[in-house]
Design a binder for this molecule. Structure first.
Ligand code: CAO
Length: 278
């Protein structure tokens, strides 16, 4: 057989040699070698370190019709107060903090990733945000989200985004994160399977808000009050997915499922998020 242009003999030694040759970079007219440096190197190291962690991955769907209405209602207020648009992200971040209140183990870090001896429960919700920049992925964190309003979070997110795009984030912004959020939905996609940012123990990935047909009687909006349970009336709902990956060595599936249910409840009743963590 031919593998990567190399004739391979029978037996495992032949295959090993062929695989080694296939993985060796070939330089020339058709291939350009680019050293893995800077942000990409940091990303490579962090993700490789997470390879020892057995990931439990769990997904949930939330209906966000009320969130869409609320953001629309706050548009001009947001422009006045923020000097720019209010996106969905500050609501997602606040809902995460509200949900973390009930499940502190998800807001913990480990003393040793390879061989953990202690779970370090963190008081503050320092939510790490994956930001896509022209130079690669960078993950600063918003500190003490439990004490911030949705508007405070929006301002802080904007500051971090601007610094990230200018390549000027400082060490304090980049260290001390306790739970990570990756809003892949701002680019597209329904769900992603995120990789934990060790020594953190959990991360969530959010999908794109999309319009889909759903049974009106199942929805958490005024809509469902008009229909008896079991009614087959369908309406165009706005839904999104949240996928949480957690370190299965210390976190069980029920905890993750209950956390997702709490996040769903928070984002489906977004007005309460304006009141803070409560
Ligand atoms: N579904 C639908 N629309 C969404 C959305 C979602 N889940 N999330 C954001 N949007 C919308 C925003 O509301 C905004 O819409 P409007 O123009 O109508 O206001 C638009 O998408 C663009 O938002 P934004 O990206 O400017 O700002 P944001 O606050 O929503 O997101 C950030 C900030 C940093 C999360 C985002 O810019 C980003 O970098 N996302 C990519 C994260 C990533 O790469 N994750 C993968 C990590 S693993 O490799």
């Amino acid at each position: 057989p031919e593998v990567g242009g190399t004739a391979v003999g029978s037996g495992s030694a032949g295959w090993r040699k062929a695989l080694m040759q296939r993985d060796r970079p070939t330089l020339g007219e058709h291939v350009t070698a680019v050293p893995i440096r800077g942000l990409r190197r940091a990303m490579a190291k962090s993700l490789a370190a997470a390879a020892v962690v057995p990931h439990l991955v769990y997904g949930e769907e939330a209906t966000v019709d009320r969130l869409i209405d609320l953001r629309r209602e706050l548009t001009s207020f947001g422009e006045h107060r923020l000097g720019g648009k209010l996106t969905y992200m500050p609501f997602f971040i606040k809902a995460t903090s509200v949900a973390l209140e009930g499940f502190p183990i998800l807001n913990a870090t480990l003393d040793n990733v390879q061989d953990p001896k202690n779970i370090l429960y963190q008081r503050d919700h320092n939510i790490s945000i994956a930001i896509d920049t022209p130079d690669g992925l960078i993950v600063p964190n918003i500190k003490k989200v439990q004490q911030l309003s949705v508007f405070d979070i929006a301002q802080e997110l904007r500051r971090l985004q601007e610094l990230a795009h200018a390549g000027k984030l400082n060490q304090d912004d980049l260290s001390g994160g306790t739970f990570a959020l990756s809003n892949i939905g701002s680019i597209g996609g329904i769900h992603a399977s995120p990789v934990i940012m060790v020594p953190q123990v959990a991360i969530s990935a959010l999908g794109r808000i999309r319009r889909v047909p759903r049974f009106a009687s199942d929805q958490p909006t005024a809509m469902n009050e008009r229909y008896t349970p079991g009614s087959l009336v369908v309406y165009p709902a706005h839904v999104m997915t949240i996928v949480v990956a957690a370190d299965h060595r210390i976190i069980d599936g029920a905890t993750v499922a209950n956390f997702c249910a709490r996040w769903k409840l928070a984002i489906e009743s977004p007005t309460a998020l304006l009141l803070g963590n409560g």
